[in-house]
Design a protein around this ligand. Structure first.
Ligand code: G4P
Length: 532
């Protein structure tokens, strides 16, 4: 017989679903997020969340960016209720602010939604994020967006996902027409056509008509040979496609695919309904105590993101914690695994749109924002009861590298302290030249914004100036077997050898071509784009 707390947790977990959206800039992530909120009843009119046009004009001024960013930066998690479920959308920032946070947010997610622009198919940022999902075997739900515009053939897009990502696909719905002739979708689950009307910019929920298989009235609504053509493609799909396999979906081996248009709302509700049915509830997590079920009665969670100065007026810092087990309650005192200290969590926050709400309690699968008085680092575990440490969040290959110079030697100490603390916190990766006479730290980042954040914070929090000297590299690979393995292969060309913060050897390359060349010349040298 489960205890009361276990029963409470079981109930909360069964009703929770969380996910992050992975996509390339411009695929429509903001638009889809907005429409999910609209259908979830969290907003009443699309377009209220942020002024997209304005956002686009924003330059690289980080503080300005935050102010203008609306949901994509100030809301690390959007929680809304729909159909008896609590849905947590872990927002990964898009566009210019692609950073390690984008990868790390996936560490907190239990499901991923892969958003693809129908005209473009798979794009670079999506592929990179997919690799991270694959590492964790996350279930991936694909939404092929912008069907209201001329795009690639649906069957060709399915094939691209299968061939290039090695994922089986199951089209849960299939588009009826495309571009100006996009009328709706055929639901292979419900064996019915869902036809939609276009309303201006999809501000409100879209009118939807459902016509079941075998009802000949469908022909009245589809012009010319659109009906015949759709039937033909569906037949073809039935012949070549794999069967629906929920286990494979949960194991991240098959992706259910949905076609639609976030802008016009076509297919958004169908997607949300099916997602809730197939997505995984909060999953067990690996820890020093083994795999912990979310119903483990003592509270625990880990920090997956830190954000500084979110609000210019308060200049505070927030640590985002994914709740993994037990129940979180406001004012709780918890243990901090890395330092052994006890912390009282007095001002927990839930973030929604521009405002912040305080929260009283949270359950596994939820994310809480904690005021961070400089105590937390990425990957830290907080817990009650027996000591728990969750698996570390891996580091991912940075793509931008620059020496960070200190123009004022008299401030050497502050400079060092700032660099070290920002590195420990996970704001940026720091590497050093293998040659000890070059002492300048190398900032290694996934996105340009990380550099700006570091310089901004060094100035504001440590009162030191800094200068960036960009380096001509675009990728890093960790040498899996360490320094000895590297020495064995002798001199390497077209790469720079550096060490990371843990003194592990890392090779910097200009491009993939150079990586492949080194890999081909030295097949025994094991290289990895991810450091665990
Ligand atoms: P992102 O967050 O992934 O970067 O993409 P975002 O939602 O900002 O969308 C990028 C552009 O694509 C926007 O156009 C948006 O309106 C458009 N878009 C999103 N979903 C759809 C869709 O289903 N169909 C069509 N046709 N367009 C879509 P924009 O012109 O850059 O901005 P706006 O002036 O429309 O706001």
């Amino acid at each position: 017989m489960a205890s009361t707390i276990e029963q409470e947790l079981l109930k909360a977990v069964s009703k929770r679903r969380n996910f992050a959206i992975i996509s390339h800039p411009d695929a429509g992530k903001t638009t889809l997020t907005e429409k999910l909120l609209l259908y979830g009843g969290a907003i009443h009119e699309a377009g209220a969340v942020k002024a997209r046009g304005e956002q686009r004009k924003v330059t690289s001024d980080w503080m300005e960016m935050e102010k203008q960013r609306g949901i994509s930066i100030t809301s690390t998690v959007l929680q809304f209720a729909y159909d008896n479920y609590q849905i947590n959308l872990l927002d990964t920032p898009g566009h210019q602010d692609f950073s390690e946070d984008t990868y790390r947010t996936l560490a907190a997610a239990d499901n991923a939604v892969m958003l693809i622009d129908a005209a473009k198919g798979l794009e670079p940022q999506t592929r990179k994020l997919f690799e991270v999902c694959k590492l964790r075997s996350l279930p991936i739900f694909t939404f092929v967006n912008k069907m209201d515009r001329p795009g690639r053939e649906p069957l060709e897009l399915l094939d691209e996902i299968e061939q290039e990502l090695g994922l089986k696909t199951f089209a849960v719905n299939y588009p009826v027409g495309m571009g100006d002739y996009f009328k709706g979708v055929y639901s292979r689950r419900k064996k019915a056509y869902h036809l939609f009307d276009r309303v201006a910019h999809g501000k409100g929920e879209v009118p939807e008509m459902v016509i079941s298989d075998g009802d000949s009235s469908i022909e009245n609504y589809l012009d010319g040979d659109l009906y015949e053509q759709t039937l033909e493609e569906l037949e073809l799909l039935e012949e070549v496609a794999s069967d629906f396999d929920l286990e494979a979906i949960h194991a991240g081996k098959m992706t259910p695919v949905f076609f639609g248009s976030a802008m016009t709302n076509f297919g958004v509700r169908l997607f949300l309904d099916a997602f809730l049915e197939y997505a995984l509830p909060p999953t067990p997590r690996n820890s020093s105590l083994g795999e912990l079920e979310p119903t483990y009665p003592d509270f625990s969670g880990f920090v997956f993101k830190l954000q500084a100065n979110m609000d210019a007026r308060h200049r505070d810092r927030v640590a985002f914690v994914r709740v993994c087990t037990g129940k979180f309650e406001k004012d709780m005192s918890v243990n901090h695994a890395r330092t052994g200290k006890t912390i009282r969590l007095s001002r927990p926050q839930k973030l929604f749109a521009q405002g912040r709400e305080s929260i009283e309690e949270a359950y596994p699968g939820d994310v809480i924002g904690l005021n961070n008085p400089g105590m937390f680092a990425i990957g830290d575990t907080i817990y009650l009861g027996k000591k728990i440490e969750y698996d570390k969040i891996p580091s991912f290959s940075p793509e931008l590298f620059a020496y960070l110079k200190n123009p004022n030697p008299s401030k050497f100490k502050q400079f060092q302290k700032g660099v070290q603390e920002l590195q420990e916190e996970g704001a940026v990766q720091i590497m050093y030249s293998k040659d000890d006479f070059i002492r300048d730290p190398i900032l290694a980042a996934v996105g340009q914004l990380q550099f700006e954040v570091v310089q901004h914070r060094l100035l504001n929090e440590y009162n030191v100036d800094s200068r960036l000297e960009p380096m001509p590299y675009g990728a890093a690979r960790w040498v899996v077997d360490g320094w000895e393995a590297l020495e064995k292969v002798g001199r390497l060309f077209n790469t720079m050898v550096v060490k990371d913060a843990l003194d592990r050897p890392v090779l910097l390359f200009k491009n993939d071509w150079n990586i492949n060349q080194v890999a081909a010349d030295h097949p025994d040298l094991r290289l990895s784009a991810i450091a665990l």
